[in-house]
Design a protein around this ligand. Structure first.
Ligand SMILES: [Zn+2]
Length: 279
């Protein structure tokens, strides 16, 4: 994907956040990798008013490289994701009402798997990052959740999701909001019933086959390491608290991309059918 397309996606999906009613005032932000840098929506701008000219480019520390606007205060959350997940190429943050309601209530409804498709897409749990003051503390609170998840609720705040491109990150926010709406509606008729434990292995196998989740990433990384010379460098992240446990390794630009999943829809259908047969 060329830089122009990436920038256009950032603008397009920022506007979609507003059109869906998932951001108010200046809420929300969208960012994407642009080579070794990050392009992001600006601060103090309605997502309905984001344009190509209003975007800015920053380095991995949040230092502005290009653009005349200022970075959002929540950019540190995005940089924390990029620093710890070399596979991630876009991050979307919004305050969709249903998911944000769960995040503000401290609800753990999305930590129980109740939708087969959601397990394949996002795993068995969408956790809530405990509330922490904006800035370094919020970034430090987020960091432990990045290895195993692709979307989280931010306590007393909203939703953060990430993916291989802006569309995938946006769709993950969409899925979290949909699950939250379903969970809240189900509360009025007795609450969600968890999926039987017996179906989870097949669903998680489908997740791996689709190239999703930490186990699939580990496999892709091992394969890449075996076949492709990669170089690494240590990234300095000053916009957020560094992780408590490590320097952050970033695979240098030009690395081999993980193999694309063949036909995710077919895999999901087949695995769901098998799981239901085996019940
Ligand atoms: Zn926010």
């Amino acid at each position: 994907m060329n830089d122009r397309t990436t920038r256009e996606q950032v603008v397009d999906y920022a506007r979609r956040l507003h059109a869906r009613g998932w951001v108010a005032n200046h809420d929300g932000n969208v960012s994407a990798r642009l080579g070794g840098r990050i392009v992001t929506t600006p601060t103090a701008t309605s997502k309905a008013a984001v344009t190509l000219d209003s975007l800015l480019v920053v380095d991995e520390t949040g230092e502005r490289i290009a653009g005349s606007t200022r970075a959002p205060g929540e950019l540190g959350l995005h940089l924390t994701v990029y620093a710890r997940r070399a596979d991630v190429r876009a991050v979307v943050h919004a305050h969709p009402p249903a998911a944000t309601a769960l995040a503000c209530a401290g609800s753990r409804l999305l930590e129980t798997p109740f939708s087969a498709e959601a397990v394949v897409s996002l795993g068995t749990s969408i956790p809530t990052v405990p509330f922490a003051p904006p800035g370094r503390e919020a970034c430090a609170a987020l960091a432990p959740f990045l290895a195993d998840h692709d979307a989280v609720l931010l306590g007393n705040h909203g939703v953060l999701a990430w993916g291989v491109d802006v569309e995938q990150a946006y769709l993950r926010v969409e899925l979290v909001e949909q699950l939250a709406r379903v969970a809240l509606d189900a509360e009025r008729v007795g609450g969600v019933k968890p999926l039987p434990d017996s179906v989870l292995p097949a669903l998680l196998a489908a997740r791996r086959k689709a190239g999703l989740g930490p186990e699939a990433r580990a496999g892709a990384t091992a394969a890449t390491t075996a076949t492709t010379a990669t170089t690494t460098k240590t990234a300095r992240v000053v916009a957020c608290a560094p992780s408590p446990d490590a320097n952050v390794e970033v695979i240098a630009p030009g690395r081999a991309a993980p193999a694309a999943p063949a036909d995710i829809a077919t895999i999901i259908r087949e695995e769901l059918a098998r799981a239901l047969r085996e019940r």
